[in-house]
Design a protein around this ligand. Structure first.
Ligand code: CMP
Length: 141
């Protein structure tokens, strides 16, 4: 069993489709073992995406991620990181396969509905960024 971090982004919370995206998680065998809604401030968003700070899209990414509330959750499943990336689809919804969350709900590379950890190592860092151990209802650490 493995844990990964998921964020439902402002475009998806705006569209009122948190439940639809949660259903995708559950239908694909994930358990939601922690969750919180937050309106990220600049520092929290900038810290989370620090890995991208030299990229051309960084400023726009931070502005966007602080524009409305997001829903943040920890998902548990076997091979959770890879499996979650598979059901999210490619970063750019134009490249995402049919039946993926981004293909079905996202409108652009910026407004791409969801974020997911890209490696087991980053999942641990990202989960710890938003959740204390006693906020995660999982038997694995
Ligand atoms: P996410 O998985 O949240 O990680 C970083 C985000 O930056 C990414 O999804 C996209 O929404 C956004 N982004 C904007 N432009 C690009 C780009 N050219 N390449 C990758 N990510 C981008």
């Amino acid at each position: 069993m493995e844990l990964t971090l998921s964020i439902i982004k402002p475009d998806a919370t705006d569209k009122n489709i948190i439940g639809k995206i949660y259903s995708r998680f559950e239908q694909n065998g994930f358990r939601i073992v922690a969750a919180k809604m937050l309106h990220l401030n600049y520092d929290l968003a900038a810290g989370f995406y620090a890995i991208h700070k030299d990229k051309a899209f960084y400023q726009e990414l931070i502005n966007y991620m602080t524009s409305a509330p997001v829903m943040i959750q920890v998902l548990e499943a076997e091979n959770a990181v890879a499996k979650h990336r598979e059901i999210m689809g490619a970063t750019n919804p134009k490249d995402a396969k049919e039946g993926t969350i981004r293909r079905d709900f996202a409108s652009s590379i910026d407004k791409n509905a969801v974020h997911g950890s890209d490696s087991i190592e980053n999942a641990k860092i990202e989960i710890a960024y938003f959740f204390k151990d006693d906020e995660i209802y999982s038997n694995i650490s």
